[in-house]
Design a protein around this ligand. Structure first.
Ligand code: UD1
Ligand code: CA
Length: 464
């Protein structure tokens, strides 16, 4: 009926980032900072978004297509001739029937959907021409100041164009607008570059709107409007976002202690506990009642209900089943599937290995390209010798098999159900079910030999 489209300005290079990467692609909480502004606009009720790109347009466009699909399209602003010019570039891409636009910048990732929604609602109520976010700040340096006459907004003055009296104004323009499309088209067509930078200023549409109707100001909290210009600001903004993400999950019933960093994409279930310093990245999901101890780092990992990750375990692209136990100091590498109630303990490394229910590898092992049957036990120091220098091979261990400590399993090899591999065995052939495999040499004891040897060696060193 009255379609709302977001226009997101992201053509600038971001010189102050001093980076080969376009500013808006710099990651924050696991994704490019641009995603936050775009997602907030869509969550606020914009049906789709047009992002103005310039610097590194191909990379920005490809990223947006991957992330948002056809809800977001890009238009190119070849030469950055000002914020007004940027929005002009977007107008031809507006679909017929678009009644209003929400205009914001791609470098303000803390903007909240609720504030954008209030802004869009304020404009839609009474169908006003233009509404804008406003904000009072302790230090307005660098921002455009909001000019008012008898309380009504009449314009925005950039710092560099402002008089001393105007510079004293502490109400600033955060650069976020909602406008009726017909009005925005008309006002942008009339822009002139008569300012200190010789640019087309988007802010001049405020004066145009004020000449015909009231410009509605919607106050928003200063901390949500911070723009990122350099890496120091990016770090500060990211900390705020980390705190916001953690708080959101706390309110959903998750215990999160200090120093936890959660990517925006992480999903947590009720009664999960994340201890100090846990880092969860990417597509990580922690099930209900799971306990992730101090210092664990997980990326793209699915943790089942009630599982326990003991301190300093590192897991990626893997899954850990319900009530399983991992760590301390385990390294679960991509393609691992630690089954329900299975245990992977101290200094155990897994890669592309499945442990079925209740299987255990509690100490010092390398388990690569393996499948370990239900209830099997892998002794300390076991190595799956999976790589011959050219190819990887599989080790398959049957249910309830017992692999003695310090064994090597030279893949490809299969150990049958219930088989026993004696401690210190090098297994090079399949072991049938319920068999015992032994490859070590028989032990010999030579009585008194050690004492004689010591005597000889002592005599030799005294003579020297
Ligand atoms: C702008 C506002 C200022 C406001 C401030 C809030 C104008 C004239 N001034 O100033 O009132 O207080 O934002 O942060 O609008 N961009 C383009 N193409 C361009 C120019 C800019 O895409 O040709 C993009 C930039 O990449 C950036 C955003 O627009 O994301 C804002 O541009 P910037 O030059 O940083 O504006 P400010 O000088 O900060
Ligand atoms: Ca600027």
């Amino acid at each position: 009926m009255s379609k709302l489209t977001a226009i997101v300005l992201a053509a600038g290079q971001g010189t102050r980032m001093k980076s080969g990467l376009a500013k808006v692609l710099h990651p924050m909480c696991g994704k490019p900072m641009l995603d936050f502004a775009v997602a907030a606009a869509l969550a606020a009720g914009a049906e789709d978004a047009i992002v103005i790109v310039g610097h590194q347009r191909d990379a920005v466009t490809a990223h947006l297509a991957r992330t948002f699909g056809d809800r977001v399209r890009t238009v190119v602003q070849d030469e950055q001739r000002g914020t007004g010019h940027a929005v002009q570039c977007a107008l031809p891409a507006l679909e017929a029937g678009t009644h209003a636009v929400l205009i914001l910048c791609g470098d303000t990732p803390l903007l909240r959907a609720e504030d954008l929604r209030s802004l869009a609602d304020a404009r839609a109520t009474g169908d006003v021409e233009l509404a804008m976010l406003t904000c009072r700040v302790a230090d307005p340096t660098g921002y455009g100041r909001i000019l008012r006459k008898e309380g009504r907004i009449i314009g925005v003055r950039e710092q560099r164009d402002a008089t001393a009296a105007e510079r004293a104004i502490d109400e600033i323009n955060p650069g976020v607008f909602a406008g009726r499309v017909d009005f925005v088209r008309r006002a942008l067509a009339a822009l002139e570059p008569n300012n200190d930078q010789g640019e087309l200023y988007l802010t001049d549409i405020v004066t145009a709107a004020a000449a015909v109707a009231e410009v509605v100001g919607v106050p928003a909290p200063a901390e949500t409007l911070v723009g990122v210009n350099d890496r120091s600001q990016l770090a500060a903004v990211e900390e705020v976002m980390y705190a916001r993400i953690a708080d959101r999950w706390r309110r959903e019933g998750v215990t999160i202690r200090s120093g936890v960093k959660l990517d925006a994409s992480v999903v947590l279930e009720r009664d999960a506990t994340l201890e100090h310093g846990v880092v969860l990245r990417g597509d990580t999901h922690v099930g209900s009642g799971a306990h992730v101890e101090v210092g664990c780092v997980l990326e793209d990992v699915r943790i089942g209900a009630g599982a326990k990750l003991l301190p300093y375990s590192v897991c990626s692209r893997s899954s850990v089943g319900a009530d399983a136990r991992v760590g301390p100091f385990s390294h679960v590498r991509p393609g691992s599937d630690i089954g329900p109630e299975a245990h992977v303990g101290n200094f155990v490394e897994t890669k592309k290995t499945i442990l079925h229910r209740g299987a255990k590898a509690n100490h010092l092992a390398y388990l690569g390209d393996g499948e370990i049957g239900e209830g099997a036990n892998i002794g300390a120091g076991t190595i799956f010798c999976n790589y011959d220098g050219f190819q990887k091979h599989k080790t398959i261990i049957g249910p309830r098999a017992f692999i003695g400590s310090d064994s090597q399993l030279v893949a490809p090899v299969t150990i049958g159900e219930g088989a026993y591999v004696g401690t210190g065995t090098t297994v090079t052939k399949d072991v049938p079910a319920d068999a015992l495999a032994l490859s070590r040499t028989a032990q010999q004891n030579k009585d008194g030999y050690a004492a004689r040897l010591r005597g000889r060696l002592a005599a030799k060193s005294n003579g020297a």
